[in-house]
Design a protein around this ligand. Sequence first.
Ligand SMILES: [Zn+2]
Length: 412
Amino acid sequence: MEKNALYYQFPYVKEFDATVTSCEERDGQYQVELDAHGFYPEGGGQAADHGMIGDALVSDVQEESLKDPETGEKLTDEKGNVMVRILHTVARALEVGRSYHCSIDWERRMRNSRNHSGEHIVSGLVHKHYGYNNVGFHMSDVMTIDFDGVLTWEQLMKIEEEANEVVLANRAVDQIWPSEEELQDTDFRSKKALKGDVRLVDLGGADLCACCGTHVMTTGEIGLIKILSVLGHKGGVRVELFCGKDALQDYRNKHNDLLELSHMLSFAPSEVKEAVRQHMEQSAAKDRRIAELNQRYYAMKAETLKDFTGVLVDVEDGMNNVELRKCCDYFMKHTKAKVVGVFGLKDVDGSKRDVDSSWNYVIGSETEDVRCRAKDFNALINGRGGGQKEMIQGSAESTEDKIRKAMQDIFG
Ligand SMILES: [Zn+2]
């Protein structure tokens, strides 16, 4: 940890001048060291800063441990800090010994700082109220925190409430570099045993945690903290959340979706939930009505075929798998057919019966084993599927004529 780094000493330095002290080519890019550290290197769950060194774009910043050239072991200073060099990835070579003006991609840095600070507050409050530890933390499009204990949605809503109170109180965020003795007497959150310099970050009294990441200077800068979801994860839970502008963008996206739904349904946004509930009820009632009418339709068809004894082929347009099954079942029970095949054209609008189209099918028999002939049948109609001895189902790419012929050839 670079205690003297600008991002610790002057957390809001956005631009600075630095001299290039080394520049090496690696995999077609250049790794540059500077004599001042303003760009935060990836670490502690936080992504690296981006920005510019002169007119060269910085696409990554990493800490690389210094190693003893003979033993290969990591070198440490007298306090036990692992010695590192900070490498900035740029696309073109920079001149060693020359001073460059550097600027940090501030939007990206602040997003990371807000998220990181929000994560601390939530983790600190969870630890305080429930004693669970943050055992994993990821920042990408959405931020996730893994806890080693189970939290309910209601518990998390209380945490969210309290976390936002801390934000609104706009308390100072302090960093403390305690001595070894002070550290022993301090109660703080930490994931691992620590060696060398330790930096504690105090989030306005809501959390005290050993951390190397960047943070905002007052809790109000975090903005809204919104928990999105909780899922069971490795015996504990994984919590998704947004902070600040990410939370605003999420609100915008969801609000726009709500407005669109409101237009689609011709109901006010506040009535959309009830409107959807009514639509679902109406849709279920329609499904019941369709099922009833289908039942009558099967009965009428079966009545005309009740003395049929051969291979019965019934072709329907747009019947789904459930209906095909019911139809096949009905014909099996109410005709004397040896084998019944019911075929439904999948896409009623775009498909035709007389050219190769997509079909679903169900074939059944009360007396014959239809499963043992499924493979031969599928081969003739470019199909796939199988099932039980008395009933198989599948799909096919074929025409009505080819299907009728295949039914006779295989089951006749
Ligand atoms: Zn942290």
